[in-house]
Design a protein around this ligand. Structure first.
Ligand code: ZN
Ligand code: ZN
Length: 378
């Protein structure tokens, strides 16, 4: 003979309570007696929780309720829970969906969902007592290089400061990483429940505790190394290889070299901005370089070997006699490598013919020349 149980008393409702009242009472009690919220007297909470479940299962089922009201218990063959007491029967999961969201309740087998209440190591209970992993911030640094260095892959040493998780407290800011006490505001729960009584019933608003940021615990004694900040400043040196062909303003991302992540999150990245010193001899147009060379008008007339600057030193190039001003000559493959293909561009050289005032002797010779060409030049 099963023991007579006071299901109405367990749920705190009267015998003529409506199904809605029963559901409401059940929701509040399930929250209140959730074993995860009773660390100290977990066994008691689990027992209480089971009683609530059982009472609800009977009172929310019209057939079982009828039997209970009549006999004071529900006979074994009347569809009572099986030996473990928690086979999923109707009505249950709906309410859990209401309370805990669609996510897990009702999607998996019932035992799985039951785990989330009674198993401390389940992900659900961990989520409440730890903060989510957070990626560290990116750090931006600049590297300056000469245009000559763009021709090849170039190694540069980068020095910068970054935050690292404090090694003394492992980033949680408490002395030795362990000096915590229960948050007084949320009583260790990590969440605040606010009841709002309205005409339609009692609504419970739940949000992460702002005092402990949802951790349920606050620092008792601050870490003496980082003064509770959880992070320390560290000077970092890092050798980066800058690929040939980079352009001014380019940003290289070095994964994981930024500030340390929080709560086991990944590190931020190091963003290396490339600054290329301008070379006043050249104008860069992608992989090509443009330059200008001044020559004497007689060199233009008679032809010569002229000196032309390149990023790798001067070269000498023959110009033919009778070269017109502003003639452009091309030095193939002496430009800048393409960032991807590494194929080098060209240097375009504009010939600027300089004409200056002739000396008296030069003038005499030039006048003879002029007469030859039928120019009076008076
Ligand atoms: Zn510390
Ligand atoms: Zn709190």
């Amino acid at each position: 003979m099963p023991q007579k149980k006071d299901y109405y008393g367990t749920l705190g409702v009267s015998r003529d309570a409506s199904l809605d009242d029963i559901k409401k009472a059940y929701r509040l009690l399930v929250k209140e007696w959730h074993p995860d919220r009773h660390f100290e007297d977990k066994k008691v909470a689990e027992e209480k929780f089971k009683e609530i479940q059982e009472a609800y299962e009977v009172l929310s089922d019209p057939e079982k309720k009828k039997l209970y009201d009549r006999f004071g218990f529900v006979p074994e063959n009347g569809g009572m829970p099986n030996s473990d007491g928690y086979s999923g029967s109707g009505g249950f999961e709906d309410v859990f969906k209401d309370i805990f969201g669609e996510g897990r309740a009702g999607t998996g087998p019932f035992s799985d969902f039951f785990d989330m209440f009674f198993n401390d190591s389940s992900s659900k209970s961990q989520r409440r007592t730890s903060q989510p992993p957070q990626k560290g911030e990116d750090i931006r640094v600049n590297v300056t290089m000469d245009m000559r260095e763009v021709l090849e892959d170039t190694q540069k040493t980068i020095e910068y400061n970054k935050y690292e998780a404090c090694p003394a407290c492992h980033g949680n800011g408490s002395e030795h990483g362990t000096s915590f006490r229960k948050c007084p505001r949320c009583n260790g729960e990590g969440t605040i429940h606010e009841e709002q009584r309205t005409f339609f019933g009692v609504f419970v608003k739940t949000y992460p505790c702002p005092t402990c940021n949802g951790l349920g615990k606050i620092i008792e004694k601050k870490c003496s190394v980082c003064s509770g900040a959880g992070k320390t400043f560290k000077n970092e040196k890092f050798i980066i290889t800058i690929p040939s062909g980079v352009e001014d303003g380019f940003i290289l991302r070095v994964t994981g070299k930024g500030n340390s992540g929080k709560n086991g999150g990944p590190n931020g990245d190091l963003l290396v901005g490339i600054r290329i010193n301008s070379d006043k001899r050249f104008i860069r147009k992608g992989t090509d370089l443009e330059t200008q060379v001044d020559i004497d008008y007689l060199q233009a007339l008679l032809g010569d070997r002229i000196k032309i600057p390149t990023l790798e030193g001067d070269v000498y190039e023959k110009i033919s006699e009778g070269t017109s001003p502003n003639t452009v000559i091309r030095l193939k493959g002496l430009g800048i490598p393409d960032f991807r293909t590494k194929k080098r561009g060209d240097i375009y050289v504009r010939i600027n013919v300089k004409i200056d005032k002739p000396s008296i002797r030069e003038k005499k010779l030039l006048k003879e020349l002029a007469q030859m060409r039928g120019i009076s030049a008076e």
